[in-house]
Design a binder for this molecule. Structure first.
Ligand SMILES: CC(C)(COP(=O)(O)OP(=O)(O)OC[C@H]1O[C@@H](n2cnc3c(N)ncnc32)[C@H](O)[C@@H]1OP(=O)(O)O)[C@@H](O)C(=O)NCCC(=O)NCCS
Length: 151
């Protein structure tokens, strides 16, 4: 069960406090799973997965909504290991697909997801918009019986 950390969270900047509260709620959700990578008692990465209803057919699939590895630990296999835990979870929950949204400009992450067997499925949405720039996110999909099962 998630809880605040006395002596730490009360000194955090307001935005961080909101983020902590959001994660506390997230971790307690029945339809969500969060995995952490630990090296020498330090959290070096995490991945978060939850259930969504696919539009328009209403089937339940997984969405990988966070994947992060500390810069110093990148390119060492931690991201793949986190994904493997997510994939086992998706199989146990019988989610046929796992999708994720990634910034179109995030080429390193797109390369990472491709090497795990994710492919772009044509989905696109606006991430942010200003008078001069529109930033898009692209949807990638991992199909249970699709290309490149990467365990
Ligand atoms: C994307 C991220 C999670 C990858 O984690 P990682 O631990 O560095 O990845 P791994 O070392 O496990 O690499 C797994 C595979 O992805 C490939 N890969 C990793 N980074 C890559 C890159 N920048 N470009 C292309 N392929 C890459 C590796 O070559 C490896 O393939 P292989 O096993 O076939 O050799 C990590 O770089 C990160 O946290 N980035 C910043 C946050 C971010 O952008 N998250 C995604 C938001 S949608």
């Amino acid at each position: 069960m998630a809880h605040s950390i006395p002596g730490l969270t009360e000194h955090l900047p307001v935005d961080t406090k909101h983020a902590v509260a959001r994660w506390e709620r997230w971790i307690q959700r029945e339809s969500a799973s969060t995995f952490i990578a630990i090296d020498d008692d330090q959290i070096v990465g995490f991945a978060a997965l939850h259930a969504i209803r696919e539009v328009p057919d209403g089937k339940t699939i997984g969405e990988l909504n966070a994947m992060y590895v500390l810069p110093k630990y990148q390119q060492l296999g931690w991201g793949r290991t986190l994904w493997q835990s997510c994939l086992v979870e998706a199989e146990q929950r019988e989610w046929p697909d796992v999708v994720l949204w990634v910034l179109e400009s995030n080429e390193p992450a797109k390369g990472f997801y491709s090497s795990l067997g994710f492919v772009p499925d044509g989905g696109q949405r606006v991430f942010s918009e200003s008078t001069s720039t529109v930033t898009y996110e692209q949807r990638f999909r991992f199909r249970e019986k699709g290309v490149g099962r990467a365990l």
